[in-house]
Design a protein around this ligand. Sequence first.
Ligand SMILES: [Zn+2]
Length: 289
Amino acid sequence: MTKDQLPPRLLTRRRALLAGAAAVGTAGTAGLFTTFAGDEPVRRAAAPTSAPTPAAGPQARSALKPSSYRLQPLTGFGPPRAAPRRTLVRHAPMLQVNGRGRRMVLTFDDGPDARYTPHILDTLRDYDIRAMFFVCGEMVAENGDLVARMADEGHVVGNHTWSHPLLTRLSRRAIRSEMERTSDVIEDSCGERPVWFRAPYGAWNRAAFQLGAELGMDPLAWTVDTLDWTTPGTRRIVDRVENGAAPGVVVLSHDAGGDRSQSVTALRFYLPRLLDAGYHLTVPERHYA
Ligand SMILES: [Zn+2]
């Protein structure tokens, strides 16, 4: 049984999670989208008024007039705890990306794996394309050189936990360990801490969103699942990508966790065809840094 294979019950749960999140996405909730970095200027959320307003923060507090009761706040009404919030705590992962034009994001999970990841990196380099790799800490520990190569070649390295557990079954302390250790080993390998994370199996919970935000990471899910982990054949993987292609789509594939030779070969087929169809394959830019 490979890493991303799930018993039917969990598959159902994943579908339910995705369906629920997709419904929110369809409703056009701004928080579920992000913008792209690329050759066009990125419209950053520079002014606070142009960004979705976070919950009460320093600006909100500074607008309040001082008063005696605020100098001695009642329990529960004081200023927010001192812990710095480095990024917005979300209640759902982003499922797609926003931006002008026919833009898509390719993501590869569970690696790096010395058998497959180098081939994927080679293909991306051949076409001068940047992608995202959601890596597992225990894989990084053995393949740190590949994470360094990802970063060197302009790809985005995201946090996919240390050992790929179902986070919804873990204590908060265990989730923190899974995420924190992975950010540490990524930083050791490429010099930068990740700013994106993705829950294994797409199984998110409140603790994962909160801890991810504390660690400075935004949650990114996906729009199109190639189901490549079921080894359905190269042709089917190619078809799923091409049939799912649309502006803003985030594609999920895997470069580890089992035999990923079909995923490696499929990329060589669909990547040039997406480019021929006018898609611009790139990586997202965060609103909140
Ligand atoms: Zn995974």
